[in-house]
Design a protein around this ligand. Structure first.
Ligand SMILES: CCCCCCCC/C=C\CCCCCCCC(=O)SCCNC(=O)CCNC(=O)[C@H](O)C(C)(C)COP(=O)(O)OP(=O)(O)OC[C@H]1O[C@@H](n2cnc3c(N)ncnc32)[C@H](O)[C@@H]1OP(=O)(O)O
Length: 193
């Protein structure tokens, strides 16, 4: 059972999540937050995960498990399944227009996931307390109502753009600053802080 640690239980005075008025419409494809991202970017060896806006403060995503994602022969690597859940949860940022990073992620692996599977992911924010964003996700095999293979509960922490500027390697940060799409994303999120 996931989310059993107290760190993943919202406190009594947590508030309900709020969908940003300018959040992408339900069904809209979400941009990659960074084209070099292992999860949502366009690297061939990455997850090539594509997420869409959902209703409320929720998203859906699909991840096709390819041979490069193997752990045991013919099966997806568990760490990459966690990464797919993490990436889908990260896409919730678009629905609230904040920037938040994973503080804690607790994954349950309920079924093995064969190569060739399309994992259908669903994630939603359950509660917000200050900078802490409580959220949950599932990954189902081959259909949005298929059998649950993985699920996770997570705590994301809201950060400012400075988090990346101060901690990221200069080479990539300078490229991001020079990229108009990336700079726009940073601006859009910062005005909400
Ligand atoms: C022009 C430049 C452009 C740049 C623009 C970039 C835009 C990018 C857009 C979007 C990016 C989204 C990417 C999504 C990708 C998928 C998600 C990932 O994989 S994210 C990567 C993995 N995660 C990390 O690398 C975090 C590493 N950790 C940290 O940096 C810090 O620990 C951080 C920020 C998480 C917290 O540090 P503190 O100093 O800011 O805050 P404290 O005071 O420690 O915590 C705040 C509250 O949260 C709780 N907390 C923090 N960590 C916790 C934990 N692990 N478990 C439980 N509670 C925790 C604390 O107890 C505290 O709670 P109380 O307010 O006192 O109630």
């Amino acid at each position: 059972m996931s989310g059993t640690t107290t760190a993943l239980k919202p406190p009594e005075d947590a508030r309900a999540p709020v969908r940003h008025p300018d959040a992408p419409a339900p069904g809209e494809l979400l941009d990659a937050h960074n084209h070099q991202c292992f999860g949502c970017g366009d690297q061939e060896s990455g997850l090539l995960l594509r997420a869409r806006a959902g209703e409320g403060v929720a998203v859906t995503a699909e991840f096709e498990v390819r041979p490069v994602h193997q752990g045991a022969p013919g099966l997806a690597h568990g760490g990459l399944l966690s990464a797919a859940l993490d990436e889908t949860l990260g896409a919730l940022n678009w629905m609230q227009r904040v920037i938040a990073v994973t503080g804690r992620l607790e994954t349950d692996f309920a079924r093995p996931v064969p190569v060739g599977t399309v994992l259908h992911l669903q994630a939603r924010v359950t509660a917000v307390h200050g900078r802490k964003i409580y959220c949950t996700a599932t990954g189902r095999i081959d259909a949005h109502d298929g059998p649950v293979a993985v699920r996770a509960d997570a705590l994301f922490i809201e950060v400012r753009v400075d988090h990346f500027i101060q901690n990221g390697r200069a080479e990539e940060i300078n490229a991001a600053i020079a990229d108009p799409d990336q700079a726009k994303l940073a601006r859009v999120c910062e005005v909400n802080q």
